[in-house]
Design a protein around this ligand. Sequence first.
Ligand code: CLF
Ligand code: SF4
Length: 492
Amino acid sequence: MVQKVIPLDVISRVPRPSPEQSSGGCSSGGCSSAVAKSPDLPEHIREKIKEHPCYNEDAHHFFSRIHVAVAPACNIQCNYCNRKYDCSNESRPGVVSERLTPDDAVRKVKAVAAAMPNLSVVGIAGPGDALADHKRTFETFRMLRETMPELTLCLSTNGLALPDHVETIRELGIHHVTVTMNAIDPEIASKIYAWIFFGHERRTGVEASRILIERQLQGISMLTEAGVLVKVNSVMIPGVNDHHLEEVNAEVKRRGAFLHNIMPLISDPAHGTHFGLTGQRGPTPAELKELQDHLGSDAKLMKHCRQCRADAVGLLGEDKGQEFGLDLLPEEPQVDGEARRAYRAIVDREREDRRREAADAAAAVRQYAPEEPILVAITSKGGGRVNQHFGHAKEFQIFEVSSNGTRFVGHRRADRYCRGGEGEEDVLDLTIAALEGVTAILTAKVGRCPRQRLAEAGFDVFDDVGLDYIETAIARWLVERASEHGVAVRSA
Ligand code: CLF
Ligand code: SF4
């Protein structure tokens, strides 16, 4: 019963014609990751990232990942982590609901693949370090490789043990490895790490940081030489390493890293971390964007990371983990290969369709967008479309729009405004604050009350988008704005 399991709510829409103004002309003004879209990307790498939601921004609209929490131990102590919480490398702080044995992990992956044909990647990202107890990690990957070879395997590590395991990573066909690296200067790193456990002893201070950095850099070089795609995650910590991340970016690129993901420090005293308890703040969205803009388009930056939990399930930004607790899983989940193939065929058509519409939309953007960039917030539950109601959004995708084109620049978290049919006014205040600097909100639908409050706060709210692709919706809004407000039309 293919139709029952394909997540049509993600990819379906109300068909409507393109606006007359947006047809004709062509540009690369689409919103996908610049790295994934590079024409220089060899075909075998393009194939490796086609369905990886983290390595390819375009893929994250369509494909899901599951993290299996089989790795509770850690061999270092980061000042932004409390062991009672998820690994901050790859997750937002919050307890992992269940720690899994390798057998449990395989059963859970099968159950998720049976229910979600868009599942493409299995990651091990904690809740500790995936290589601190490498046996559990590799046993899980080995069993998955045998039982579900179509899934992409992905590993995340702090890098301390990495050089010892590159050969096994290569043997197991793990093509994607993330190394969290916050500094290449041991003095700076010593402000981020309390200790490391190496050579059968605990080490601290600059010496510990020097060892960690050497091992991280060595591991990155070994992986890239072995043909593994490496993503480097760095936590941006204002006043500690923010001005140093440009050097980190240059060094990891020199060693062949495919992507660099700069994530904001999450620092809440309630999480009990060293940074949280000592008042170290995280960067604002504007500070993060300023750094990303400063690094420029050659920096190979990932901008769509959601800092997910170590037991996350689903599209990036959503978490269906609660639906797949061990006690809810069938003993023998049956994966429907036909449903998986059918979903991919639909996605191929959708991607082609979106590419075409984005090219049309780019002409309208060139014509109607202001020269100075503005920020537009989108509500989406996947498929690259504006297909989520404002009241259901827990995050907004942010696009920068100017006469030069449209580009994805990140996301802002919010809380759900609509609860049980009622709007939460306090939540709306927080959302308004989170969307600071944004000009317009494009959404599938918004109620009368929140629309009014948002308008009073200065946002242009537009919900006449008919579940359009994001690029088309932005073009439609620009055209509408031009006709309503008499914005000057520039020649294309
Ligand atoms: Fe997981 Fe990480 Fe693999 Fe992705 S997450 S192990 S690379 S499959 Fe992705 Fe989550 Fe960001 Fe990580 S959004 S925290 S970058
Ligand atoms: Fe925590 Fe991960 Fe750092 Fe270990 S590597 S201390 S689990 S954030």
